[in-house]
Design a binder for this molecule. Structure first.
Ligand SMILES: *[C@@H]1O[C@H](CO)[C@@H](O)[C@H](O)[C@H]1NC(C)=O
Ligand SMILES: *[C@@H]1O[C@H](CO)[C@@H](O)[C@H](O)[C@H]1NC(C)=O
Ligand SMILES: *[C@@H]1O[C@H](CO)[C@@H](O)[C@H](O)[C@H]1NC(C)=O
Ligand SMILES: *[C@@H]1O[C@H](CO)[C@@H](O)[C@H](O)[C@H]1NC(C)=O
Ligand SMILES: *[C@@H]1O[C@H](CO)[C@@H](O)[C@H](O)[C@H]1NC(C)=O
Length: 452
């Protein structure tokens, strides 16, 4: 048989064809996800979190050995791509990632078995299918960035720094359909770690995107800054070139290929701050290509550049400590506040409906405080190892002791609530001031808003 014919015959005999490297339309993407779901019922679960403005389903594929529901002790991870409709590499990276994980699992490859055995991975390949449908293939132009109502979805989330009154005025049902869908999604599951994939630069950006009172050298520093810097470096250093920090000609150099979001350019209503502040999910914004719509011929190389970093980042869901909080009768309790000394999160982290908490921390000794009504405040110091290599965070349960009921009727330990008393300091939604630097800052913000 001539060699070429032999290759052709082999191709036709190969049962499950691998995903091809090209841009898939919304319909093709849907078909692909439906097919993966149908042929892998043991590890895949396809669900919709809602519809876009034009009624397209926002499909999420969950992968894991128990894909249909949460399992106590198994952290929930997510990737979101294409929230800007014309930033398209992330869509295809997500499909390749799904293909790779499923194929690896079917072939008994340890790396895939370990990920799907130890975590549940949710993938939303497009958050803005309407924008994608009208996207320009230009590298920088922004046709297709916005949703069908011409709203930038990465500016439409509630913002902790933009003032509480403004948030209340803009209540949830006035927000864009795609943003409402994600907000509802975050209520159905307690996600631990997440990234949203963008294009137009090559950098891993981390919270805060907007300004609080903790500006340090131009950065808006969150209480978990050390963890965020580590997470961003895991992505940039496992990437073929992101860590060099100077790959895109039209972009500023980024030391280590990472940046504090605010320090790059302040923005209000972003998704990563929302995830972190209100959903206790640590999220990064990954800018994965200099060109927003790279030529299809570059897709195999771009997948190779990102594959290792996408997998390494997922493993970071096992940083720190996880466990449950039990009340005086040994029942796991929801809404117990689990705080780490020195980390004053705007909304303190709370246990979920399974009584679980997950706290991403770098190795070290940490003092924990657990607060729950009717119970004594519990403190403990934990020596936290590096979990990702073991595919599990350190496990630690907290057993609370009930306060002996006396004549004292007042709640002795009111649980802390979200702290939104922070004053806006020159953030993207600040009242306009006309000092030279503020004008410069907002001008930069406008220019940069065309880039991410
Ligand atoms: C996914 O596959 C399962 C099992 O075959 C099926 O019951 C379910 O309806 C599928 N989901 C979708 C959205 O098609
Ligand atoms: C993977 O392992 C399972 C259980 O050990 C076995 O039944 C199956 O045939 C293996 N599959 C491959 C492709 O090696
Ligand atoms: C999967 O998890 C089970 C129990 O959680 C463990 O016994 C098994 O070794 C794990 N398998 C892999 C491949 O990690
Ligand atoms: C944490 O504390 C223990 C006991 O005091 C000590 O042995 C250990 O080295 C500490 N770990 C770190 C990372 O500082
Ligand atoms: C809320 O933040 C402000 C400003 O940082 C601080 O002064 C105040 O103590 C905080 N309140 C709580 C309950 O953490």
């Amino acid at each position: 048989m001539p060699p070429l014919l032999f290759v052709l015959v082999l191709l036709f005999l190969t049962p499950a064809s691998t995903l091809d490297f090209r841009y898939h339309s919304n319909q093709e993407m849907e078909q692909y996800l439906l097919q993966v779901n149908a042929s892998n019922p043991d590890i895949a679960h396809l669900y919709s979190i809602g519809q876009s403005v034009l009624g397209r389903e926002l499909w999420v594929l969950a992968l894991g050995v128990r894909p249909r529901s949460h399992t106590v002790g198994i952290p929930e991870f997510k990737y979101v791509a294409n929230m800007h409709g014309n930033e398209v590499l992330g869509r295809e990276l997500m499909l390749q990632l799904v293909d790779d994980l499923v194929r690896g699992y079917r072939n008994n490859e340890t790396w895939s078995l370990q990920i799907l055995n130890s975590s549940r991975v949710h993938v939303l390949p497009t958050m803005n299918p309407d924008g994608f449908n009208v996207a320009d293939t230009h590298c920088q132009f922004s046709q297709g960035r916005l949703n069908h109502n011409n709203i930038d979805l990465n500016r439409n989330f509630p913002d902790a720094f933009a003032g509480l009154r403004k948030q209340q005025q803009l209540n949830e049902d006035k927000r864009e359909a795609e943003v409402r869908a994600v907000m509802g999604w975050l209520r159905t599951e307690t996600f631990v770690l997440s990234a949203n994939l963008h294009g137009g630069a090559l950098v891993a950006s981390y919270p805060y995107d907007n300004g609080g009172s903790e500006l340090v050298g131009g950065a808006s520093v969150s209480p978990d800054d050390d963890v965020f810097i580590h997470l961003a470096k895991v992505y940039s250093h496992n990437h073929a070139s992101m860590h060099r920090g100077d790959v895109c000609h039209d972009s500023r150099p980024f030391l280590d290929g990472i940046t504090n979001g605010y320090q790059w350019y302040p923005l209000s209503g972003g998704m990563q701050d929302y995830n972190y502040v209100w959903a206790q999910c640590l999220e990064l914004t990954l800018e994965v290509s200099c060109c927003k719509f790279p030529p299809a011929a570059q897709l195999p190389a771009l997948w190779t550049d990102n594959r290792k970093s996408l997998l390494a980042f997922m493993k970071q869901v096992h940083l720190g400590v996880k466990g449950r909080v039990f009340d005086g009768s040994g029942v796991p309790v929801q809404n117990a506040v689990v705080e780490v000394k020195g980390r004053r999160n705007l909304c303190p982290f709370r246990t979920d409906r399974h009584g679980e908490y997950y706290r991403l921390l770098l190795p070290g000794n940490y003092s924990f405080t657990v607060t729950y009504p009717g119970h004594e405040v519990l403190t403990a110091t934990l020596d936290v190892p590096y979990g990702p290599d073991q595919f599990s965070a350190m496990k630690h349960d907290f057993l609370l002791r009930r306060i002996a009921t006396t004549t004292d009727q007042t709640p002795t330990n009111a649980t802390p609530t979200c702290n939104h008393t922070l004053q806006q300091v020159g953030g993207a939604a600040a009242a306009p001031t006309w000092s030279g630097s503020a004008v410069g800052l907002s001008l930069v913000a406008v220019l940069r808003s065309l880039i991410d």
